[in-house]
Design a protein around this ligand. Structure first.
Ligand SMILES: O=C(O)c1ccccc1N[C@@H]1O[C@H](COP(=O)(O)O)[C@@H](O)[C@H]1O
Length: 207
């Protein structure tokens, strides 16, 4: 099966519509106050309308409260939730929706082979480069080689762009690749050429 492509951090419906037309499999929307890509509830229906139903629409949170998740579910109608903080499995499952769980990689990450056991209900793991003290989406790559085989599919994230995604796919053979800053001209503003180049490079890998 060829690698799936998730683009994340959309703030503009037109960018999401273009990504969908280019053939990505998943489109992410960040609802994280403090993020440069934070999308408020009232901007979500336009993004929802721009994304066809066959493409996953992913709502991304960092340590939200349950009411916030429910409000985003109502406004965005996502097909998948992404928890990018320290949320426990029991918190993530309460919404009755499939979810993917981010694991911060890099210095101090610990043993992900062990950490994955804390998330029996996750559909997949998002492995993301982490900058201490930052929320995420910093374009931070981590060392891809030598990752353990995990029990669930991997969305490989962290500093991916057209110039390194093929190498990343060859090294990790993930289920999906996930990019945000590497396909932007400014935070939250997606760049059409960078998105096209990324997709071409990911597919050129031939998986
Ligand atoms: O994009 C953000 O602002 C963000 C905020 C909080 C948590 C995660 C965030 N982004 C996600 O991080 C990964 C990797 O992003 P990048 O390609 O390294 O920029 C991706 O899933 C982003 O959506």
């Amino acid at each position: 099966m060829s690698v799936r492509i998730k683009f994340c951090g959309f703030t503009r419906a037109a960018d999401a519509a273009l990504a969908a037309a280019l053939g990505v499999h998943a489109i992410g929307v960040v609802h994280v106050p403090g993020s440069k890509r934070h999308v408020p509830l009232d901007a979500m229906p336009a993004i929802r309308a721009a994304v066809p139903a066959h493409i996953d629409l992913v709502a991304l949170f960092v340590n939200p409260d349950a009411d916030t998740v429910r409000a985003v579910m109502a406004a965005l109608q996502p097909s998948l939730l992404q928890f990018h903080g320290d949320e426990a499995d029991a918190f993530c499952t309460q919404f009755g929706m499939p979810f993917i769980k981010a694991m911060a990689m890099g210095e101090g990450a610990g043993d992900i082979g062990l950490r994955q056991k804390d998330y029996p209900s996750a559909q997949a793991f998002v492995l993301d480069g982490h900058v201490p003290g930052q929320l995420g989406g910093q374009g931070e790559r981590f060392a891809w080689a030598g990752l353990p085989i995990l029990d669930k599919p991997i969305y490989l994230a962290g500093g991916l762009h057209a110039g390194n995604v093929a190498e990343a796919i060859r090294t990790v053979t993930p289920f999906a690749v996930d990019a945000s800053s590497g396909i932007e001209s400014a935070p939250g503003v997606k760049d059409a050429d960078k998105m096209r180049d990324f997709i071409r490079a990911a597919r050129a890998d031939g998986r």
